[in-house]
Design a protein around this ligand. Structure first.
Ligand code: BG6
Length: 466
């Protein structure tokens, strides 16, 4: 069992779920700052203004903004070769509309990426991870507005130029196919329906393609990827109608990677829009931009799989957390405490499907087990369940590489240090190798502690996956 020599082992977080410091050093309000906490089984909602009596967990999160040196040192101790995070657009352009960028924000990320480089950790940077300047949400209904295309291009150009010697790997939009699943999330859209979502997706496709072109002009060595939430959907049975249903569900998310990897809208989606009477407003140059701005690689998140049945009365709906649309339970799989079905072989299947389809390098930039962790009397955290989950997934990755020939180049498990959950806003849904002392209502010292998985992952990296 071996992984490629330069395999990018690492970990991942996102700015909005980790940094906190939401109103520090000139940062503007982002859509993420307007999301109060919810909990398992209770959908997240957004508020129009910050309400005094509500708790907004992202506003302080784990205060990575002030702890990043300590945290990166711990990542380096584990031997990380890469670290995925995102840039918070509102640190650079507080409303999204400014003529000149906010120097304090630019400096923060310069310091952060330099700190990574100090330890030979390669930053993998997402330009937009579930946050949009709130000003743009209010004034343009987020990505429903065409205006955001050029505002995003300007933001991209600013950060590409500033970090052209610090960052090589970029992702444009996190989980672009989760458009509209949580309030304001991928699309930053406040008022939504199918037509608006489709238009917002189009704007993100064009913005992403423009960013790819701009990035390659600034530094031809840049590798710029798209990011897909992999929603592996099996047929509920071998009834051909279930197989067809699972194909349709699969098209719902492959549509996004098809556009970004192939550079044009797939025929099945054009037919679907026609049937649903959805009309996309396109500028004359859009088709050319999409074709010229194809991505260099595909990054995916993978947590679970679901099943789909044609007959809407059969099966039991899986508790899909933040991602799934009426996926059914699979009797062969177990679930975590949030109902996410654990399926390591599904990861191998997904990697094969994606690589067969696009033949470009793949990165797994999110994977992991959200779980409740307990601090023992001796202060240790025995997270064998997490080690077990990750071992099984790494084992399947290795088979995908060595038995199936998939070109997989990176693995950055999600929430390598505990952060706030996107789906629920809980802090106690933990993924990390590093525990952060903070609870669901914002209490705690923010102290960092190594879990048992810390040394385990260090060993995995040291032995290149052995
Ligand atoms: C992905 C997102 O959907 O899943 C992350 O890109 C998110 O932002 C992760 O945190 C895990 O989901 P959750 O709801 O457990 O935080």
């Amino acid at each position: 069992m071996s992984f490629p020599k330069d395999f990018l082992w690492g970990g991942a977080v996102a700015a909005n779920q980790s940094e906190g410091a939401y109103n520090v050093d000139g940062k503007g309000l982002s859509s993420a700052d307007m999301l109060p906490a919810a909990k398992h089984g209770v959908a997240r909602t957004a508020t129009d203004k910050i309400e005094k009596d509500l708790f907004y967990p992202y506003q302080e999160a784990i205060d990575f903004y002030h702890h990043y040196k300590e945290d990166i040192k711990l990542f380096a101790e584990m031997g990380f070769k890469s670290f995925r995070t995102s840039i918070n657009w509102t640190r650079i352009f507080p409303t999204g509309m400014e003529e000149t960028p906010n120097e304090a924000g630019l400096q923060f990320y310069e310091d952060l990426f330099s700190e990574c480089k100090k330890y030979n950790i390669e930053p993998i940077v997402t330009l937009s991870h579930y946050d949009t300047p709130y000003y743009l949400v209010e004034h343009y209904n987020g990505w429903a507005g065409r205006e955001l295309v050029d505002l995003f291009a300007k933001y991209s150009e600013t950060v590409f130029s500033r970090y052209k010697n610090l960052v090589k790997y970029w992702l444009t939009f996190n989980e672009i196919n989760c458009m509209g699943i949580l309030p304001y999330v991928a699309g930053g859209v406040k008022h939504s329906n199918k037509q608006i979502q489709a238009q917002a997706a189009h704007h993100q496709f064009v913005a992403s393609a423009k960013a790819v072109k701009i990035g390659h002009e600034i530094n031809p060595d840049f590798q710029i990827g798209m990011m897909l939430a992999d929603l592996l959907t099996y047929p509920y049975s071998c009834n051909p109608n279930d197989v067809l249903e699972s194909l349709h569900k699969t098209h719902d998310y492959y549509f996004y990677s098809d556009v970004q990897c192939r550079g044009y809208y797939p025929s099945y989606q054009l037919k679907k829009y026609e049937k649903e009477n959805i009309k996309i407003v396109m500028e004359p140059e859009d088709e050319k931009i999409l074709l010229e701005g194809k991505v260099d690689f595909l990054a995916l998140s993978y947590y679970m799989s679901i099943t789909a049945a044609a007959d809407k009365t059969v099966g039991e709906v899986a508790d899909g957390g933040n991602l799934m649309d009426r996926g059914l339970k699979n009797p062969y799989l177990e679930s975590n405490d949030w109902g996410w079905q654990i399926d390591p072989v599904g990861l191998r299947i997904s990697l094969n499907y994606l690589y067969d389809r696009y033949q470009i390098p793949l990165m797994i930039v999110e994977n992991g087990l959200g779980a409740y962790d307990k601090i023992e009397e001796d202060g240790s955290i025995q997270d064998d369940y997490r080690i077990n989950y990750l071992t099984q997934h790494i084992t399947e990755m290795e088979k995908a590489i060595n038995e199936d020939g998939v070109d997989l180049i990176a693995y950055t498990p999600w929430g390598c240090i505990d952060i706030v959950s996107a789906g629920t806003g809980e802090m106690e849904k933990r993924y990390g190798f590093i525990y952060v002392d903070r609870n669901n209502i914002g209490e705690g010292t923010l102290k960092r502690m190594k879990k048992k998985s810390f040394d385990w992952y260090k060993n995995v990296i040291q032995n290149n996956g052995l």
